[in-house]
Write a protein that binds this ligand. Structure first.
Ligand code: BG6
Length: 278
């Protein structure tokens, strides 16, 4: 089904609605399950920016391992044990609100089926993708209630790398909280290389990070975040995860635009969490 000049919708072999964008600048695939970007490839170099696990479950029974999961309205473990980690929008159906094609840019806006918070509060959520020479992902939270509400989340992007051993991350600085080290606060290393299981909440919310490897680099821009999460499960954890291959960790690195400390949103206000992938 054609949604616009450059945008089509199809049903995957596993019965999930998939949106495909192919415009003069880039191609992208998006799953309506999770409002989840699956792939993004700018045409200037035809290099896939996002990593997808070969064992990702794509039938709607659990969140997809790879691409850009949307974590909202909380990051990480929930306050109540019965609730899922990383919120409840990455495993529900989303719907398309709007599609626009300009010559060089395609804009898609989506919303999840529901966005209620525990405790009865309701925030409105919208995901906007601007697909062109760069991919801009805007996650917009709007408070239409008469009281302030607190939320968190992340654009949990999985970047594809040639080999994790060759990666240097540039741009991170200051203190980080080490989730594999009892949340101890450590100083950001320089050079920033990944040599073991890494799960860090970088507390200095810088606006530009680069993943550098021989012959290529990926620029990542951020705004509206209070931290940047860097995650690689390494070998043992990959082997334990049903939707990752044992050596899957070698080709990926998550660098997430995150709200880990929480944002208090006043009535009538909105907040935009942005990640720009170049
Ligand atoms: C990261 C967290 O953002 O996501 C990690 O910091 C977590 O602690 C990882 O393991 C993956 O989470 P999930 O729920 O997708 O397996």
């Amino acid at each position: 089904m054609k949604l616009s000049t450059h945008v089509f919708q199809r049903i995957s072999d596993q019965g999930m609605p998939i949106i495909s964008v192919d415009n003069p600048q880039a191609s992208l695939e998006l799953s309506l399950f999770g409002g989840h970007v699956l792939s993004y490839m700018p045409k200037r170099d035809n290099r896939q920016r996002l990593w997808m696990s070969p064992k990702a479950v794509m039938d709607g029974s659990k969140a997809i391992r790879g691409g850009i999961p949307v974590c909202w309205p909380w990051f990480g473990a929930a306050a109540e044990p019965a609730l899922p980690a990383h919120g409840f929008v990455r495993d529900q159906m989303w719907q398309v609100l709007r599609v626009d094609d300009d010559n060089d840019l395609t804009r898609i806006q989506l919303q999840p089926e529901f966005s209620h918070l525990a405790g009865g509060g309701q925030l409105e959520l919208m995901l906007e993708l601007l697909i062109g020479e760069q991919l801009t992902v805007n996650l917009v939270t709007h408070n239409r209630q008469s009281k302030s509400l607190r939320f968190g989340g992340a654009l949990h992007s999985y970047f594809r790398v040639k080999h994790i051993d060759q990666v240097v991350v540039d741009g991170l600085s200051g203190a980080y909280m080490d989730k594999v080290g009892n949340l101890l606060v450590e100083e950001t290393p320089s050079p920033y290389v990944i040599t073991q299981e890494t799960d860090r909440i970088q507390l200095n919310a810088v606006s530009d990070v680069h993943i550098r490897e021989a012959g290529q680099q990926t620029a990542i821009g951020f705004s509206g975040h209070d931290s940047i999460v860097v995650w690689n499960p390494w070998q043992d954890k990959s082997a334990q995860m049903g939707d990752m291959t044992t050596d899957g960790y070698q080709q990926m690195l998550c660098i997430e635009a995150a709200i880990t400390q929480g944002i208090e949103l006043a009535p009538g206000h909105s907040h935009t969490l942005t990640q720009i992938i170049g």
